[in-house]
Design a protein around this ligand. Structure first.
Ligand SMILES: O=C(O)[C@@H](CO)OP(=O)(O)O
Length: 309
């Protein structure tokens, strides 16, 4: 099947405003058109009415950080990846390289942002992820892109503190093993995995849920609903909260949910429901594209287009 590429006349197709305008990220006011090259793919994958939209949601916990390596409670401390974490992020990128991505949401923390950026270096779309700074009007003006062509080859990256790791209070920076020896294994396990018991002066999972899930519902879900494919790079506990919501887990069930570093998890959003598809194994895994007909079409079109590069 021959691929054809047409320029979208409005240059604005595909970047709708979120349902809620609260804390509107500045990129929504930017003129960020969809890709010319991938317009036909997007059209066939996601050009549905909002009720029919079928979109991919990739969740990824950051790769190993320097404090994961040292077994320290990290929470909101902004610690970068280790070499192994960098490798995990690159490998994760290979695993999702053929899953379409139109937008990226990350936490405000460098380990999640590094993971998203490194993963995108492997992506078959070859678009450039660009962080959209939302801190001031000047930041919006000074980061304006004036080339429509460049904009089309970009993926907006929205950073949000609501997706940060839970704030671990007085445990931040303490060694997990030593803390268990000091306070007892059970107590520390309760702080780490119970739903509603906060660590000293920190956030419980429930408190983390109360910021991460409303953000997901207000800003991420509307994008999926409009047919966009989204990657979310975040943390063990912010993702546990979001998965609790997506999978409808009870506060008891979530206590045994563990999320590995650097392992992407795929969900298909369709008709208001999230269907978990596990973790894509690799770029050659045909099964990923059997998940939905539109992803299979997307893969076929990518293959057809490869001769155009
Ligand atoms: O230290 C942390 O911030 C988190 C994630 O690494 O730890 P835990 O798995 O104990 O919630």
């Amino acid at each position: 099947m021959a691929a054809t590429f047409k320029h979208h006349p409005t240059g604005l197709h595909g970047w709708g405003a979120p349902r809620s305008s609260r804390n509107l990220p500045s990129f929504f006011s930017m003129r960020f058109p969809c890709s010319t090259r991938h317009h036909h793919i997007r059209a066939s994958v996601s050009h549905h009415s909002s009720t029919e939209a079928e979109s991919a949601l990739i969740l990824i916990r950051h790769g190993e950080s320097l404090w994961n390596e040292k077994n320290l409670f990290t929470g909101c401390c902004d610690v970068p990846l280790t070499n192994r974490g960098v490798e995990e992020a690159i490998e994760a990128g290979q695993r999702i390289s053929y899953i379409p991505i139109d937008m990226i949401f990350t936490s405000a923390l460098i380990r999640a942002q590094m993971t998203a950026m490194l993963a995108m270096t492997q992506h078959s779309q070859k678009k450039v992820p660009i962080i959209i700074h939302d801190e001031s009007e000047q930041a919006t003006t000074w980061t304006q892109v004036y080339s429509e062509k460049t904009t089309k080859q970009s993926i907006p990256v929205i950073t949000a503190w609501q997706l940060n790791e839970r704030m671990y209070g007085e445990l931040q920076g303490l060694n997990k093993q030593e803390t268990a020896e000091r306070y007892g294994k059970e107590k520390v396990h309760e702080w780490r995995r119970s739903f509603d018991i906060p660590p000293p002066k920190g956030e419980s999972l429930e408190m983390c849920f109360q910021r991460a899930v409303p953000y997901f519902k207000d800003f991420i879900e509307p994008q999926l609903k409009s047919g966009k494919h989204v990657m979310v790079a975040a943390h063990g506990n912010s993702l546990r909260s979001i998965i609790m919501y997506l999978d409808g887990l009870t506060s008891q069930e979530v206590t045994s949910l563990e999320i590995s570093t650097g392992i992407p998890l795929l969900y298909i959003y369709k008709e208001g429901k999230f269907n978990s598809r596990g973790s894509p194994v690799g770029p050659t895994e045909a099964g990923v594209y059997a998940y939905t007909q539109s992803l299979a079409v997307y893969r076929q079109q990518l293959d057809d287009m490869s001769s155009c590069y």
